[in-house]
Design a protein around this ligand. Structure first.
Ligand code: NAD
Length: 481
């Protein structure tokens, strides 16, 4: 257990109590397989206990003034930033991403806490013209109640704060079920909430090696009024169906198949920088990572050549080492998926430009890969690879590029590089995506609404819209005046 920060208590956190458990499961470092810690392996009873604790805490929490909640959230933000280095190291140890990216995620995750500490004070209702001279209409925004948050391993901190901060700001209490690969960062951030003075039961964390029994409780217990999920589309669909029985309000942040379009008038050097950031960050394991590069014929060869030169500079290794730009993949199954996409593309006529196989470092390290001459009969056209593979498609016209970009059931993030302003407007309007980046490779910020259309999800996180996900409107008709 060497190298773990003091702020980590590797136990479940329920009702303000750190609970040990007989049954535990190991959390390992994907860079070398080392066991980092063991955490409680809870079942449905643990989940029900956490829901009860959240419900009990909710009565007091929602009655606090918005300013009191804001002050506590601000203290939590300060605590996270004061421990940025501890949290970043812990994240790299259990998730594998380079330390610089982990530091970035801590700051990004904390930014939601800071933003919603401010936003808590602006949760306004409305008064509307009445429908009779003796009537008035009041609209209150009220906290929805207990929130269940189920989060993935690729952003072990930010996916938690992006849900918890607006929920807490609105006056809700939360039960978090972190991914089984990365529960330690979740527990550390909950410990910081406790140290910051958040009352017992307002944040609860249940850890488990088998998510299904916990998920069953969180999606069917009538005390849970809001279910907020980030993860894969198949799991999200199943959990959405499970929520139907109790008609919960649901938010889903699911998978993507992001296109990155390079037009022939683009600044190619800027496009290559954006391409590297949007493709190889987190070893390609990001829901908004580019999955398909669509490049116009006139600049196709030049773009592939420049991208290959840039990708050759990506230093692969243990994320804790200085200068490493790409860490390991999360597990062997992730490696196999990338390998199967590469094999499929090469079999069907793709041209390997660089990489293409597991890295000489062994384990789950993988070479940054580019495949050119990719066509839409290949699996990479439709499926999220979630790894460091850049498949490059070719197109001729703007309409063809937009049609190719939209030919997917996903609609999370899209990127394009161009200079002509008419083209920029038309393409931006034609893309069926929740988020579009123009001449930019990175778009996530707490200031903007993050989320997808089609099968990429429901609802938004971040910005003032993120708060709406955790409130209900109550219309009050005052008559007889
Ligand atoms: P996953 O769907 O396998 O798991 C996500 C979470 O769901 C984990 O906590 C897991 O334990 C839990 N889970 C799985 N089965 C469950 C069940 N039956 N009941 C309750 N919980 C269950 O996804 P993952 O592999 O952890 O994450 C990768 C996926 O997440 C990718 O598809 C990626 O695109 C997506 N993602 C989306 C966003 C976004 O904001 N749209 C952000 C990050 C990741």
């Amino acid at each position: 257990m060497s190298g773990l920060p003091d702020i980590l208590i590797p136990d479940a956190f329920i009702g303000g109590v750190w609970q040990r458990a007989e049954k535990r499961f190991a959390v390992t470092n994907p860079a070398n397989g080392e066991v980092l810690a063991e955490v409680p392996d809870l079942d449905a009873d643990g989940a029900r206990e956490a829901v009860a604790a959240a419900e009990a805490a909710g009565h007091g929490w929602k009655k606090r003034t918005a300013k009191e909640r804001a002050t506590l959230l601000r203290a939590w933000f300060d605590a996270i930033m004061a421990h940025q280095e501890d949290l970043a190291r812990l994240m790299t140890l259990e998730q594998g991403k380079p330390l610089a990216e982990s530091r970035g995620e801590v700051a990004y995750g904390a930014s939601f806490v800071e933003f919603y500490a401010e936003e808590a004070k602006r949760m306004a209702g409305e008064t509307l013209p009445g429908h009779g001279v003796d009537k008035r209409i009041l609209v209150f925004r009220e906290p929805i109640g207990v929130v269940a948050a189920v989060t993935p391993w690729n952003f072990p901190l930010a996916m938690i704060t992006r849900k918890c901060a607006p929920a807490l700001a609105a006056g809700c209490t939360v039960v978090i079920k972190p991914a089984e690969a990365t529960p330690l960062t979740a527990l550390a951030v909950a410990r910081l909430a406790e140290l910051a003075g958040l009352p017992a039961g307002v944040i609860n964390v249940v850890t488990a090696s088998q998510p299904a029994p916990i998920g069953e409780v969180l999606t069917t217990d009538p005390r849970v009024r809001k279910f907020s999920f980030t993860g894969s589309t198949p799991v999200g669909k199943r959990l959405l169906a499970q929520c139907a029985g109790t008609v919960k309000k649901v938010s889903l942040e699911l998978g993507g198949n992001a296109p990155f379009i390079v037009f022939d008038d683009a600044d190619l050097d800027a496009a290559v920088e954006g391409a590297v950031a949007s493709k190889y960050r987190n070893s390609g394991q990001t829901c908004v990572c580019t999955n398909r590069f669509l490049v116009q014929s006139g600049v196709y060869d030049a773009f592939v050549e420049k991208l290959a030169k840039r990708v050759a500079q990506l230093n692969v290794g243990n994320g804790l080492e200085e200068g490493v730009m790409q860490g390991p993949l999360i597990n062997q199954a992730a490696v196999e998926k990338v390998e199967s996409h590469i094999a499929d593309a090469l079999e069907k006529g793709g041209r390997l430009v660089c990489g293409g196989k597991p890295h000489a470092l062994g384990g789950t390290f993988f070479e940054p890969t580019i495949i050119a001459d990719v066509t839409d009969d290949m699996r990479v056209a439709r499926e999220e690879t979630f790894g460091p593979l850049a498949p490059v498609f070719r197109f001729e016209t703007d309409d063809e590029a937009v049609a190719m970009a939209n030919a997917t059931e996903f609609g999370l993030a899209a990127y394009f590089y161009a200079r002509d302003y008419r083209r920029i407007w038309h393409v931006m309007e034609g893309l069926e995506y929740g988020m579009v980046a123009v001449n930019e490779g990175i778009l996530s910020t707490e200031l903007a609404p993050f989320g997808g259309v089609k099968e990429s999800g429901l609802g938004r996180e971040g910005s003032r819209h993120g708060l709406d996900e955790f409130t209900e409107l109550k219309y009050v008709c005052v008559g007889g005046l």
